[in-house]
Design a protein around this ligand. Structure first.
Ligand SMILES: [Zn+2]
Ligand SMILES: [Zn+2]
Length: 191
């Protein structure tokens, strides 16, 4: 029921609110606002001469409105205005150039400082590298010495062990001699 009522309302043809200003439109409630916000009969006032007119007539009125075209600036004023603008532009250009030069100078100074810093740093790194090289040379020398010591030590040890072994060997009787000795002992016991 509610829906039907709404449909009826929407289908109702309603007069435009500018009826008495000459609009003869009758539109459905749904589109009434849309029409009235663009209705050519809506009264309007010329923004230049304040004359009463309507939305539909405004364009034509502006073409004939005297005040709209009378706002012309005299030529002398235009020349003065142009001159002002030119000198303002020139001042702005000068200002810009000065600032640019200042910035360039500052940039150069900063670059110079950075360059000096880099040179110093490179020098420092070179020194560190040199120091590392010296350290490395000393270390490899030490290692070489240690290896030599170790080698001669083992050689000495091996020679010593060899000598000990052969001494033992000469001290020990040969196996056959031992066997002979044992036989002799057994023989002696039997006697
Ligand atoms: Zn209307
Ligand atoms: Zn006007």
């Amino acid at each position: 029921l509610h829906r039907y009522m709404r449909n009826d309302l929407n289908n109702l043809q309603i007069r435009c609110q500018y009826w008495q200003h000459g609009c003869r439109e009758k539109v459905p409630l749904e589109t009434l606002h849309q029409h009235e916000s663009a209705c050519p009969s809506e009264p309007m006032r010329c923004p230049a001469c304040r004359a009463d007119t309507s939305r539909g007539e405004m364009a034509r009125h502006l073409q004939i409105c005297t005040l709209r075209t009378s706002a012309v600036v005299p030529a002398a004023d235009v020349a003065r205005l142009l001159e002002d603008m030119r000198s303002e532009l020139e001042a702005a250009r000068q200002d810009f150039m000065t600032k640019l030069a200042e910035q360039k100078l500052e940039m150069d100074l900063r670059l110079d400082a950075q360059r000096r810093h880099l040179v110093q740093r490179e020098h420092c790194l070179q020194e560190q590298l040199e120091e590392m090289r010296r350290l490395y040379a000393r270390l490899s020398e030490d290692i070489k010495k240690l290896i030599q010591q170790e080698n001669s030590r083992t050689e000495l040890q091996m020679a010593q062990e060899k000598a000990d072994f052969s001494k033992c060997c000469t001290r020990l009787p040969a196996r056959r001699q031992v066997q002979k000795l044992q036989k002799v002992q057994i023989y002696e016991r039997q006697l």
